[in-house]
Each structure stands twice: as C-alpha cells, then as structure tokens.
Ligand binder design. Structure first.
Ligand code: GN1
Ligand code: MG
Length: 356
C-alpha cells in the first residue's frame, strides 16, 4: 500500500492506513495525518469491474466538484473543503493511479469534521432535503454532454429487468426455483414500474444531472446534525429527478434496515418522508408538474429497482455487491420488496404530502 500512497501528491506525512467499511462496491481507507492539525486523506480502490471507464468516471467527478466549488466560492462560502469533495492528483497530475496489476486507486481530501449516519431525525431529514435540492440546483446548468454515463443505463428499470431475465435464463447459481415467489411479485409490477421510461420516450419527461446514489449514508453531517457535504459522486449522471428523491427515501424513510431480516421492522417513516419532501421542494423549484407528481412513484421505483438488482445478484451467484454472509443478497431482496409493499400501502398519504 505504501507504494500506492507514494504516487499521490500528499501535502504532509500520514500514519497507518485504516480500512473503512463504507459502501457495497469500492474498498476504502483513511490515511490519518501523522501530526495533529495535518491533512488526512481518503484512499479508495475503485471497483473497475463495475466502473469499467475509470478515466471517464474520474473526469466526471472532477467536473462536478469543480463546478460546485466555483458556485460555493461565488457565494462566499469559507470552509469549502468541508462542503465539496477534493480529489488529490498523482505526482504526474493524473486523477487516479493504476497499479501494474491493473487496480485503480484514487485519493480525496478527508473531511474529518463530517460523519455519515444510517438514521435521520425529521429535523435532519428536512435539512438533507434542502441539501439534495441545492445539489441538483448547483448542477442544473452543467451540460449533460460534459459527463459520461459512468455505468450505462444505471437507473433504467427496463434494463435492470432485462438483466434479471438473463439471470433467470442462465440460473448460474441454481437459485431460480426457490425464488419464484419473489419473481412473481416483480413481474406483476413490471409494467407499472416502467412508466418513467415510457414518459421519457414520449417526450413528457426529461433527464437532469442527478447523484444517482442518494443513500442517506452518502451525505456527511456535522456535529450538530447539519448536512455538510454530499459524497460518493461515482454515479453522478443524467437521470430522472425522482431517482434521487426515491433513493433517499428508500434508505432514510425506512424504519428498518436495507438488509433487515425481520420484515416486521420495515415501514415507511412518514415523518421523515414529510420532512425531507418539505426541504427538497423548498429548493427544487425547477421541477415540472409531472416531475413533482412522480415523486412518490420514484420512491416505489427505487425500492423496486433495488429488489430487482439484489435478486439479480443473488441469482448470478453474488458477483456484484459485497456480502457479509451467504444469503445476504436474498435477505436484502426480501427487505426491499417489503419496503416496496409498505410504500404501496402508504401511496395516497405520500401523494397528499407532496401535493400539500
Ligand atoms: C451501491 O457502493 P454504494 O453502497 O454506495 C450501488 C447503488 C445501490 C447501493 C445499495 C455503483 O452503492 O446503486 O443503490 O449499493 N452502487 C453501484 O445499497 O452499483
Ligand atoms: Mg456508491
């Protein structure tokens, strides 16, 4: 690891790297400053089997963070390094380092004043809504064509359903027969869930630059519980706005965990839903009527999409998401399906809150 670290332009010595368990895709480490007051760093091995265009991915992040930084400077924000991610270049000025073995590594300035959470209160959800609304606003004048799709068709449910049907056909892990009940639940809803893609084809819905991974733990909060910085920019790309709204609700407005074994724990946290919606809509004044109307649909869609994606990985023999125990992807699938059912049950209430 020392060899990797020495490739980057760090401004001060660092101590022992510490692995950090965050996310289901990349491997992450903290590089703590050796002396108090020094700069610490965040080192990541980019999963290049998933992000096959690392060059494009890193360029996206640079473009997005530069854009946000300029906005913050013009607003006179002072602690910019706490508000937007900053990539640390390699000694030869590149945005990542590729090892002779073919692994890709990158380094960020580490925001030590921030922490991530798995649960929010209604109050912090409200502020998170404001923050994600501002984030989409900040990026609203960035041209789509400047960014590549770091994972093509990432939030395209028609594509995700096609991947699932391929997994069923191949049945690599011999798990299809025992997953029939879940497959039925998915198929029953497929037509409904492809609404967004249909509206897009009909020209009734447009794409905007989105984060595409607005899990609650992809936002750093300060000690007072106020949002500081939106992190994990790997998937920033054009998509439907309701994706970002839905993914936050999927993770924050769930009284259970993403991988809860006890389905009785899983309900929609309506307090969080209402608070986030209020905060988000106060900033997202750019939304068209149809985009606003589709926000509750976006919640169901993201839970549905995650059900489809976890099940696909389960059927493929667990090749995509990191797992902690053998049936983890199946447990995740069932938990996300349960959340979807709960969201369906609360659909009218969610719609009423958005309209209100
Ligand atoms: C992955 O790596 P992480 O945890 O931020 C995934 C998201 C899923 C999420 C499910 C590139 O995000 O799309 O919603 O797991 N990221 C990628 O927890 O596939
Ligand atoms: Mg991610």
């Amino acid at each position: 690891m020392q060899n990797i670290i020495s490739q980057f332009r760090l401004s001060n010595p660092i101590g022992e790297p510490r692995p950090l368990k965050v996310g289901l895709i990349n491997d992450s480490f903290i590089l703590p400053a050796a002396e108090q007051g020094g700069e610490s760093y965040f080192l990541q091995r980019i999963n290049h089997h998933i992000f096959t265009n690392v060059e494009g991915l890193q360029r996206n992040i640079q473009i997005v963070t530069d854009h946000i930084r300029e906005k913050l400077i013009s607003q006179g924000v002072s602690d910019i390094d706490n508000r937007v991610l900053r990539l640390i270049p390699t000694n030869d000025g590149k945005l990542y380092y590729k090892t002779p073995q073919g692994d890709y590594w990158r380094v960020y300035h580490f925001i030590s004043a921030g922490h991530s959470v798995e649960r929010v209160t209604a109050e912090s959800a409200n502020l998170a809504g404001v923050a994600f609304g501002q984030f989409q606003n900040q990026l609203s004048d960035l041209k789509h064509s400047q960014l590549c799709e770091s994972i093509p068709n990432f939030h395209n449910i028609e594509f995700r359903l096609w991947q699932l049907s391929e997994a069923v056909k191949e049945d690599k892990a011999g798990r299809v027969a025992s997953s029939k009940d879940i497959l039925d639940e998915i198929n029953r809803r497929a037509d409904d869930m492809c609404l967004g893609e249909r509206l897009f084809r009909e020209g009734k819905l447009k794409k905007r630059i989105n984060h595409c991974d607005t899990k609650v733990n992809n936002m750093l909060f300060d000690d007072e519980g106020k949002p500081m910085c939106i992190v994990d920019l790997d998937t920033v790309m054009p998509g439907f706005v309701f994706s970002d709204f839905g993914d936050f609700m999927r993770t924050a407005a769930n009284t259970g965990a993403e991988d809860d074994r006890d389905l009785n724990n899983i309900h929609v946290n309506m307090e969080v839903f209402a608070a986030y919606t209020e905060g988000y809509l106060s900033e997202a004044q750019f939304l068209t009527d149809i985009e606003k109307k589709l926000l509750p649909y976006g919640c169901r869609l993201l839970s549905y999409m995650q059900t489809v994606r976890f099940l696909t990985d389960w059927l493929n023999g667990d090749t995509y998401y990191k797992i902690q125990y053998p049936e983890h992807n199946l447990v995740r699938t069932r938990a996300q399906l349960q959340l979807l059912k709960e969201q369906e049950r609360m659909q009218k209430d969610m719609q009423a809150i958005v309209e209100h």
